[in-house]
Design a protein around this ligand. Structure first.
Ligand SMILES: Nc1ncnc2c1ncn2[C@@H]1O[C@H](COP(=O)(O)OP(=O)(O)OP(=O)(O)O)[C@@H](O)[C@H]1O
Ligand SMILES: [Mg+2]
Length: 591
């Protein structure tokens, strides 16, 4: 037998509910059951049943009690202790195991959930079990002041439990089950800020940041309309944290959610053009038995990142466990390349590992990273790598994942890597890119002029985009005028700068990563008048031996600052040559 108070009042026996009788009779049962096992004084009992006790209240109470005794007797179940209303000196007591009254069971579960020794996972289970006992507003439709007071207090306990359930669920990363109940509860109690905060956090943890923000707006409106107040500081702070995607909002402890699927790829580049051969190559299915990595290398601004991101979007659906993206900052203004420990920290967070569980050292992090990737199919895009070792430290340990790395270096020493050396754009693609970015109608432009323009940009996407941006931002310029400006070899690099972007600045980042010997060679080669150069001429230029000249030429090629169009013949890209010459001039001026 079970007595249910968290909803309509019921005595349930053998799975069916008994008729407890008229409201006053139900009230007497409730008054006893709410404090089952405890003695309740006769006066208190009368006060619970009547706001103003009528004459003969004691007598009426006795009648209700004897009817209840009969009812409980008839509901008696074999094998269970009988439930009895006992007369003790000065009052009455309902003799029943506390767990057989739902309200007392609710309280017991909540108390255990708040036990200091309970883990978050246990807390979630206990609170979920408590919430399940709830069947609607407690004490049904019982009349009177006492019932109203108890109803309100229990209602509050229920809201507190729901809120704690949501918070603990966020901690263990299992928020899906709380979303619908919390949505219903916050709709029912739209001005309870702590409840709203718990729901907003759960939405955010479920990856529904915009719903979380929307809910804040809804709460704010309710508070203004109903209470004439603003959200309190805690709710406001939560809102700001979500806007900032504050990492502090990640759960502090607990397991990463097994179903956590990251989608970290940046947006595909706008007006992506050409590269069909390279896209097909990246799309080629690979043998699942191998750990697979493709390295895209090429000169600054040639479109490595653009190609990698575009290709990653095209094949993303094949990697059902998600896609990770990390900028390794190989060539970033005012920033050093990411250390392995730092890079692993980013990737582990991307994999949903709570920050508190990320080991302190690089080795521990690498181990956890490979563990998390084991058996999963993920696409990992490592952008702007500085070196082989930087990429090697981030390789998964088992097959199933596909890594795409981009670098200005060739990263020739990476095992298993497929290599994709990216050249400048073919002329027709370069023209298309310019036309699309500048917003000029191709039909209205002279094909010769367009061809000359992309030639002057050396087919380099970065240069083409900058040239297009300049034309767009100067409505009085014609294509002829732009081409004339770029024809001037001396000022060409200076012309190829717009807003934050500049070809020279981008090349400078490569130059600054060279050692002094390489920098010196780069400058001297920039002053060489011929279209290309061999080892012997280089040795003479550098005043060194052919062997050491060959070594330096190889290093500059590895950094994609030099090309080797035919065996033993080296040359610059036109814009790199201009940069090398400018750098020499700049350094002469500085000394
Ligand atoms: N195929 C393309 N279609 C359209 N835009 C492109 C293409 N390739 C590159 N771009 C654009 O050219 C610019 C330079 O490209 P990107 O940043 O990809 O070069 P990168 O080789 O990664 O340079 P870095 O070595 O500096 O990292 C970007 O604005 C990019 O969007
Ligand atoms: Mg890049």
């Amino acid at each position: 037998m079970e007595i249910r108070l968290l909803g309509p009042i019921e005595i349930v026996t053998d799975g069916s509910a008994l008729d407890v009788g008229a409201p006053q009779q139900r009230l007497v049962l409730t008054a006893l059951a709410a404090d089952a096992g405890r003695l309740i004084g006769t006066e208190s009992l009368i006060d619970r049943v009547w706001d103003e006790a009528p004459d003969g209240a004691r007598r009426t109470l006795q009648v209700h009690l004897s009817r209840l005794r009969r009812l409980l007797d008839s509901a008696r179940e074999d094998g269970h202790a009988p439930v009895r209303v006992l007369r003790r000196s000065g009052g009455y007591l309902l003799d029943i195991e506390p767990d057989r009254v739902d309200a007392l069971r609710f309280r017991g579960l909540v108390e255990r959930a708040h036990d200091r020794d309970s883990t978050d996972a246990e807390r979630v289970k206990l609170l979920a079990a408590a919430m399940e006992l709830w069947r609607g507003p407690p004490l049904g439709d019982l009349p009177g002041q006492w019932a109203a007071t108890v109803r309100q207090a229990w209602q509050q306990q229920y809201l507190d439990a729901a809120q704690d359930w949501a918070i603990a669920s966020v901690q263990i990363g299992d928020v899906a089950p709380v979303l619908a109940p919390m949505a219903a509860l916050t709709a029912e109690h739209p001005t309870v800020e702590s409840l709203a905060a718990a729901f907003i956090r759960a939405l955010y943890a479920a990856g529904q940041a915009s719903d979380a923000l929307d809910h804040y707006i809804v709460i704010r409106r309710h508070l203004t309309e109903r209470l004439g107040t603003d959200p309190g500081p805690q709710l406001q702070q939560l809102y700001r944290q979500i806007l900032d995607a504050d990492p502090a909002l990640a759960p502090a402890t607990g397991e990463a959610h097994p179903g956590w699927t990251p989608h970290q790829l940046p947006a595909p580049p706008p007006a992506f053009t050409g590269r069909s051969t390279e896209l097909a190559q990246l799309d080629r299915p690979h043998d699942d038995a191998d750990v697979v990595i493709t390295v895209i290398d090429g000169m600054a601004g040639v479109g490595k990142t653009a190609l990698a991101v575009e290709a990653a979007h095209r094949i993303a659906a094949r990697y059902r466990d998600g896609q990770l993206y990390l900028d390794l900052r190989g060539y970033t203004e005012d920033a050093e390349p990411l250390e392995p420990a730092e890079a692993l920290d980013h990737l582990l967070r991307g994999l949903g590992v709570p920050p508190a569980q990320i080991p302190a050292g690089a080795d521990g992090r690498a181990g956890l990273y490979r563990t998390r990737l084991a058996g999963r199919r993920m696409l990992i895009l490592l952008d702007n790598a500085a070196s082989e070792s930087q990429v090697a430290s981030l390789m998964p340990g088992a097959p199933g994942c596909f890594v795409i790395a981009t670098s200005r270096h060739q990263l020739a020493g990476l095992d298993h890597a497929r290599r994709l050396s990216l050249d400048t754009l073919a002329r027709s693609d370069a023209v298309t890119l310019f036309v699309r970015c500048a917003g000029v109608g191709e039909r209205f432009c002279s094909p010769e002029l367009l061809a000359e323009l992309v030639e002057l940009c050396g087919g380099l996407p970065l240069a083409i985009r900058i040239a297009a941006a300049r034309l767009k931002s100067h409505p009085t310029w014609t294509l002829t005028h732009l081409v004339e400006r770029l024809r001037d070899r001396k000022h060409r690099l200076a012309e190829l700068a717009a807003g934050q972007r500049s070809v020279a600045a981008s090349f400078d980042l490569s130059y600054r990563r060279l050692n002094p010997e390489q920098q010196n060679a780069y400058q001297l080669l920039g002053q060489h008048p011929g279209p290309d150069i061999d080892e012997h001429a280089t040795a003479a230029l550098l005043d060194s031996t052919p062997i050491s000249a060959t070594r330096i030429l190889g290093q500059l090629m590895d950094a994609n600052l030099l090309l080797e169009p035919a065996a033993g013949r080296y040359r610059f890209h036109d814009l790199t040559r201009a940069h090398a010459a400018d750098t020499a001039q700049r350094d002469r001026r500085a000394s």
